[in-house]
Design a protein. Structure first.
Ligand code: GLU
Length: 425
């Protein structure tokens, strides 16, 4: 079974749980045949992207845009630049965006894009020409009311700015709402850069309130956290958690990780990474591998890099009691089920990292209204949204006696199902 088939298989499992629990209550015969729609992406686009490289030769890249569902609103989801991008991965990520937007109840469907390349091998000029080439190739299927791209792994606000500029030139007018995660100078939202991490942190604190007594800063110091990945999500999360008084004991990037049981000063780690190119070899910390980081004796593990980093074989070595999925799909489905049986609390990606797309939604609202919010307002609304979603998922978890991922999917599937029903097929 490939990654996409694994992902959509979840739908049958969720429908069976809802049917069983609901019919025990009401004896109603529930059918879920309309959910078949969600097993197939609405549209899959593959494009060839010609780019003149700096040395004058022509190179053709392959790009994708998968528009999974627009049942609840325009397609929404990031664009990934990575050597491992393939159609199967983009389809899974697009499906997860549909579930994510429904989980936190923002009025979007789900989509994802990607280009197969190693962005570290391209100059800035080559990256710009590639982004403009991709924008021209998908211009007819995106737009503020149709499909709104955003950043994802290895794509930046600068890349979103080029996309917005190219699209605006094609349309002959400024169209800031075609993409989110833009620089603030051209209509980006304050707080979008830290939103994924900030949202994950709000969710984590809401969960901790339910399971532990966090009344003093000393209690926070006792909570150790390991963060895998030092990109936008991982770095900002480590910083926010450290600044709030938690003990961040380990972080890592693509070259490896560092560990100090007493805690790391994240600002100093950033300075070190900026001057040396990596977090490794940080003074007073032990170098560890990315795999070692995942099995450290910590209270909270935060995978914030790629999908499928925690597999079934690793389950018995994992010592954390909470896993906050800041990356998309970092825990394989079978590992997730085995960890739930071991009473490891997994806060699922579709909730834990939904702060990013939530502030993307705020950015799009600000663009369409042309009225911009203060940072405090963005933060307060993000906190409210994350707390509401966490509480509803927690109640659903208790009611159906399931893990948090299953509860999040139940919430999402019910919202999607109602939308399909009222719209008709
Ligand atoms: N790429 C991010 C995600 O996976 C953000 C998507 C968006 O803002 O549209 O949720």
């Amino acid at each position: 079974m490939n990654q996409y088939e694994h992902a959509i298989n979840q739908l049958d499992k969720i429908c069976a749980i809802i049917k069983k629990t609901e019919s025990e209550d009401s004896e109603a015969e529930l059918t879920y045949h309309e959910m078949e729609i969600l097993k197939h992406p609405n549209r899959v686009t593959e494009v060839s992207l010609p780019v003149i490289m700096d040395d004058g030769h022509l190179k053709i890249f392959t790009g994708y845009r998968v528009q999974h569902s627009n049942i609840r609103g325009p397609y929404k989801g990031g664009i990934r630049f990575h050597p491992q991008v393939d159609l199967n991965e983009v389809k899974s990520l697009a499906f997860w965006m549909t579930i994510k937007c429904a989980t936190v109840d923002i009025p979007y469907g789900g989509a994802k894009g990607g280009i197969t390349l190693d962005p570290k091998q391209l100059s800035l000029g080559e990256l710009e020409r590639l982004t403009r080439s991709y924008t021209r190739a998908i211009a007819n299927i995106i737009g503020p009311e149709v499909d709104i791209p955003a950043p994802d792994v290895y794509t930046t606000p600068q890349i979103m700015a080029w996309l917005m500029d190219e699209y605006s030139k094609i349309r002959g007018k400024n169209v800031p709402a075609v993409v989110t995660g833009k620089p603030v100078e051209i209509g980006g939202s304050l707080g979008r850069d830290t939103a994924t991490a900030q949202g994950g942190f709000f969710v984590l604190e809401e969960v901790l309130k339910k399971i532990s007594n966090l009344s003093s800063d000393q209690n926070k110091k006792d909570i150790s956290i390991a963060v895998q990945g030092f990109g936008n999500a991982g770095y900002n999360f480590a910083k926010i958690a450290h600044d709030a008084g938690y003990r961040v004991v380990a972080v890592s990037d693509s070259k490896g990780g560092i560990y100090n049981e007493e805690g790391l000063d994240i600002e100093k780690v950033v300075e070190h990474k900026n001057s040396s190119g990596s977090v490794i070899n940080f003074p007073n910390a032990k170098n560890i591998s990315n795999e070692e980081l995942l099995v450290l004796p910590v209270k909270i593990l935060v995978p914030a890099a790629f999908e499928n980093v925690i597999s079934l074989e690793m389950v018995n070595d994992i010592k954390a009691s909470i896993i906050l999925e800041l990356a998309n799909g970092p825990v394989k489905i079978d590992a997730s089920e085995a960890l739930a049986e071991k009473d490891v609390l997994i806060i699922p990606d579709v909730l834990a990292n939904a702060g990013g797309v939530t502030v993307s939604y705020f950015e799009w609202v600000q663009n369409t209204r042309q009225y911009y919010w203060e940072l405090e307002k963005v933060r307060a609304r993000l906190k409210e949204k994350m707390a509401q979603a966490t509480n509803l998922i927690w109640e659903t978890k208790e009611r159906y006696k399931v893990d948090m991922r299953t509860a999040a999917y139940i919430v999402a599937v019910e919202r999607l199902r109602k939308a399909i029903k009222v719209r008709g097929i």
